[in-house]
Design a protein around this ligand. Sequence first.
Ligand SMILES: Cc1ncc(COP(=O)(O)O)c(C=O)c1O
Length: 363
Amino acid sequence: MRDVKDLVLPHLQSPKGYDGVRSLEAMAEESGIPPEKIIRLNGNENSYGPSPKVAQALASFDQYNRYPDPEQKRLREALSDYTGTSPDSIVAGNGSDELIDLIIRLFVGSGDNIIEPTPTFGMYRFSARLVDAQVVPVPRDRNFQLDLESIELAMDQRTKVIFLASPNNPTGNTAREGEIRKLLELPVMVVVDEAYYEYCGQTAMPLLGEYPNLIVLRTFSKWAGLAGLRVGLGVMDPHVASLMMTIKPPYNMNRAAEVALVASLRDRDLLMSRIKPVVEERERMFSLLESIPKVTPIPSQANFMMVRLPEGRGEEIFHSLAKRGVFVRYYTDEEMKDCLRVSVGLPSETDGFVEALREVVKE
Ligand SMILES: Cc1ncc(COP(=O)(O)O)c(C=O)c1O
């Protein structure tokens, strides 16, 4: 019998996984703190939760025994109203993560490459590596602005997609329209990932009519509190959308996600009314963090911010916070090793985090 390991594709023999947010139970077990006392600020989730209409709609829906519509008719119509674009330019996905994966499948093959201005969201490189593509990181400048010249220099014949998160995760800053236009003039697909759009109000959506190589991603995980139900979308040239609809798994959007999405859009005013308190909380957290010696928060346009810690102490501080039941995001990358990313949650969560950080930094 052949060793099954030899049957695995060569580039997946020892893959790098995605370091996702672990379950509340796992965090409680690691810290020895009961789940209800854990401060969970590591996933950029929405601490306010979904619209109350979501639970009502899920409870009264009676078609769970039926497959979802592979053509996503109702969903695409509802999303057309949200995006202001035609339904045939929209593809809904199991989180925007799935859209990232579908984009890679459609445009990027083995030996091709993608470009990502770093530091940035980890799913672009994760999905690219699965298809044996190369990932070309192009570092942002000291203020995390794009280095357009280096991006252009990094391109070659096999560059297929540039992934640009705006606001960027983890740095929280947005790209300017002029910069996005310059990228769109390049002969590659440009994905503008607007997962945090509702917190900043800046969008590349109006450029879609001018540039068929643009794809805009959005998600309901952040502003609408549906991270656990997985609702994302891509808006693109209708021809690209029709190809993506053809290659996606037929029932990629489960019926619960569909029901929750429609109910959320019906309660959009309530969900949008929760944006302001999060933005205000972000600014309050920023001021509190500024008052801790040797701690520097980085201004952000999203529902999280990056925080610079005293030099050489990043990992230790991250672990000490976790021991106190405070979970934030830590990155082992060289350029990020003295930083952490913290989500903006409820005022009580901010207070718990800031107090724990103040103590831990003093140690
Ligand atoms: C920039 C960015 N894009 C996409 C996602 C994924 O969102 P979703 O939950 O829709 O898969 C995230 C999640 O943190 C993100 O930060």
